[in-house]
Design a protein around this ligand. Sequence first.
Ligand SMILES: Nc1ncnc2c1ncn2[C@@H]1O[C@H](COP(=O)(O)OP(=O)(O)O)[C@@H](O)[C@H]1O
Ligand SMILES: [Mg+2]
Length: 405
Amino acid sequence: MMSIELTKEKEKNDMNNVVVKIEMSGNRYNAFDSEGNKYTSEIGTGTRKRAFENGMALERREGKTGKTYWWKVPMSEFEAYSAPVIDVSSVDVPEDHAELLNFVHSSYKLKPKGLVMKELKWKYLVRGAVRGKNLLMTGPAGCGKTLAAKSVVNSLDRPDFYFNLGATQDPRSSLIGNTHFDKKKGTYFSEALFVKAISTPDAVILLDELSRAHPDAWNILMTVLDEGQRYLRLDEEDGQATIKVASGVTFIATANIGNEYTSTRVMDKALMDRFTIVEMDVLNDEEEHGLLEYMFPHVDSDLLKSVAEIANSTRLESRNETGRISSGVSTRTSVEMAGLMYDGFGLDEAAEVTIFPQYSDDGGVESERTYVKQLVQKYVSDGSSEDLFNEDEIENGNSEGDYAS
Ligand SMILES: Nc1ncnc2c1ncn2[C@@H]1O[C@H](COP(=O)(O)OP(=O)(O)O)[C@@H](O)[C@H]1O
Ligand SMILES: [Mg+2]
C-alpha cells in the first residue's frame, strides 16, 4: 500500500523530465534514469531494445490523451541529467583505472533516494566494493546497514549472494554443506550455496549480521576472508580439501557494533582485522525528518518532525554519560512510527507500541520507560503543548488530532 503511494507521488513530480538510458545485464534491457531509478517495467521490451541498439536515450512524454509514451532522444539528453564525469585527461592513468575513477566518482547517482547516506561514505563503499575489499558496515541496529549494503550490491552489475548469518543455526551446513547417506549412492556430500557463491568470479557476497553469527561461522570465514589465504576448508578435521575463492569476489558484511546491544557477541579482533570498516552514520533529526517526509509525503510534516526529534533526543540522552537511558530509538523505529501515523494512529499510540516496549520499566519512576514516556508526552498534543503547532494549522484542524481519530 505504501509503495504504491510512493510510486504515484514520484510520477507526479517527475512526469515531465524522465530520461532513461538502456543498459544490458544478461539478456535483459534495463532502463535507468540518472539517479539510478529503474524504469524497465514501464517501457515495452521492443522500445528498450531498439533504443539500446541505436545508442539512444528514452524520454517519457505525455500524449494528448494523457497517456504516457517513451520517445527516443539523443544520448546527450540523458547525459545532461547525469552528474558531471570527472576529468581524468590531465592525469596519466591507465584506461581501466580511468573507468574505475569515473564509476566511483559518479556513483552517487546510483544511491537510491530512500537511503540517506553522505556522498563520501557512499563513494567509499562503492570504491571498496569495486576494489574487491572485504567491507564491514558497522553501527547500531536499525541505522541502515543492511539497506546500504543491499543498495551497493544493486548498483554493481555483478552476480550477488545474500547470507543472513544472524539467522544461521548450523554454520557448518550453511557455509560448507552436509554429508548425506543414501542406500543407493552411499555417502555423498551436498555443498552449501555459500560454496557456489565463493566459486563465482566477481560475485558480491553479503554477509548480513556477521556480529550475531555463531563463533563456528567466524572460524570458517577466517581463511575465506584472509587476503593471503582466500580458501574455504571443507573438512576441518583432516584439513585437506579446500575451495578457492574465485577472482574478483567481494564480501560486504554488516555488524551491530559500537552500541548497547548485548545480544551481539563481541567479534573477534582477528576477524575484524580482515575488513575495511565503513561506519554508518546515525541520522541527525533534520536528516531523519527529511527521510520520513520523503517516505510519507501524506503525513503531516510537523508530526514527522516530532518523531524525528523524539528519536534524536533519545540518541543524545543515551550517549550522555549521565543519561537516563542506555539506547536510542533507531531510524527503523522512526520509520515504523511514521507508517503507523500514515495508517491513522496518533503519535502517542505509535510510541506506545513501538518505542515503550524497547525500554525497561524496572525502577518505576526512575525507569528508562518513564523517561521516554515523559519525553513523548512533551510532543503529544494534549492541550499543554500547543506551541508545537502553529496557529494556522490548528485553525485548519491540521493537527495531530486528525491522525489520532
Ligand atoms: N540511513 C537510512 N536511510 C534510509 N532508511 C533507513 C536508514 N536507516 C534505517 N532506515 C530504515 O530502517 C529500516 C531498517 O534498516 P536496516 O538497514 O535494516 O538497519 P540495520 O541493518 O542497520 O539494522 C530500513 O528498511 C529503512 O526503512
Ligand atoms: Mg541489518
